[in-house]
Design a protein around this ligand. Structure first.
Ligand code: ADP
Ligand code: TZP
Ligand code: MG
Length: 270
């Protein structure tokens, strides 16, 4: 059972170990991701060339693959890096950004999830549903065929992909298909800053680099990230997304055991 104490202890391990996180990510979020990882206490590197990704991936604590601005050359590099990470026992975290938006994106998300043994896949409900080939409509908004509940979608995806699945949104759900946690942290202003989902995926990488229990690592990352967002929103949220973005980087560097114990809202689901 992951509780706030365990969350705080994994967060502390990240700060102590300063893990190297190799990101092959999108052009929108590169700088924000690097600064967010640094603020948290991890060590980011971005490396994309197929000539070097295998060498970088095998010395990293985690590899993050993100298809936000994908192209064939980059996808080729992601698969090379992913396979090398698998060989070396380095956890691979996958963000299928925009799966479902275009056939190329959907196909690529499925190809990567098939070619690479992914430790955690993190996305919103539509991205996860499209990666496993399920129709998805948001309950109450477009409750057509295929709409369903996020927990069962996450469990289905975990079983199909044989990986830990994190579906984020107002509430986050993380599961390995058997054990499930619901995390009720975060703030709506996160949706007004681009890259907060992508940075979260890389933060899960930092946690997975220091904690072998991948479900625990992902749950701890989600709580720590959500609590940091609440700290930042309190400080700067009223001023708007620009001030929030900066305050959020500060909060990632400041969030610690006290704040996790006070504000962490994690519970085990069905
Ligand atoms: N309405 C909301 N209230 C609180 N937190 C939210 C809300 N929507 C998203 N978040 C948080 O924002 C972060 C990014 O998640 P999300 O917006 O789902 O990613 P993406 O940008 O990839 O779609 C997560 O920490 C998530 O918990
Ligand atoms: C706007 C945009 N376009 C392609 S990738 C990207 C960033 C998406 O970031 P996030 O999923 O974290 O909001
Ligand atoms: Mg995203």
């Amino acid at each position: 059972m992951v509780n706030n104490q365990e969350v705080a202890s994994v967060l502390q391990k990240v700060r102590q170990a300063n893990p190297l996180v190799h990101n092959i990510t999108n052009v929108v979020v590169t700088n924000f991701t690097a600064n967010g990882l640094l603020a948290l206490g991890a060590s980011p590197v971005m490396a994309y060339a197929k000539e070097e990704v295998a060498d970088m991936a095998k010395i990293a604590g985690a590899l993050v693959l993100n298809i936000g601005t994908l192209n064939p050359t980059e996808v080729e590099a992601m698969i090379i890096a992913g396979k090398e990470a698998n060989e070396a026992g380095v956890p691979v975290i996958f963000d299928p950004v925009g799966a479902g938006a275009t056939p190329y994106r959907t196909e690529t998300a499925r190809n990567i999830a098939g070619a690479v043994q992914v430790s955690v896949i993190r996305g919103n409900a539509a991205e996860i549903a499209n990666t496993i080939g399920e129709a998805w409509a948001i309950k109450g908004v477009d409750a057509g065929e295929g709409s369903g509940d996020v927990v069962s979608l996450a469990k289905n995806a975990a079983k199909r992909l044989k990986t830990v699945v994190a579906i984020t949104g107002k509430e986050d759900v993380v599961t390995d298909g058997n054990t499930t946690y619901i995390i009720r942290n975060g703030h709506p202003i996160l949706t007004k800053v681009t890259g907060t989902g992508c940075l979260l995926t890389s933060v899960i990488g930092a946690f997975a680099a220091v904690e072998r229990d991948v479900l625990k690592a992902a749950a701890a990352a989600l709580v720590s990230y959500g609590v940091a967002a609440e700290m930042a929103a309190k400080k700067a949220g009223e001023q708007g997304p620009g001030s929030f973005q900066i305050a959020f980087l500060d909060a990632l560097s400041r969030v610690g055991a006290d704040e996790i114990h006070q504000y962490g809202r994690i519970e085990q689901g069905e």
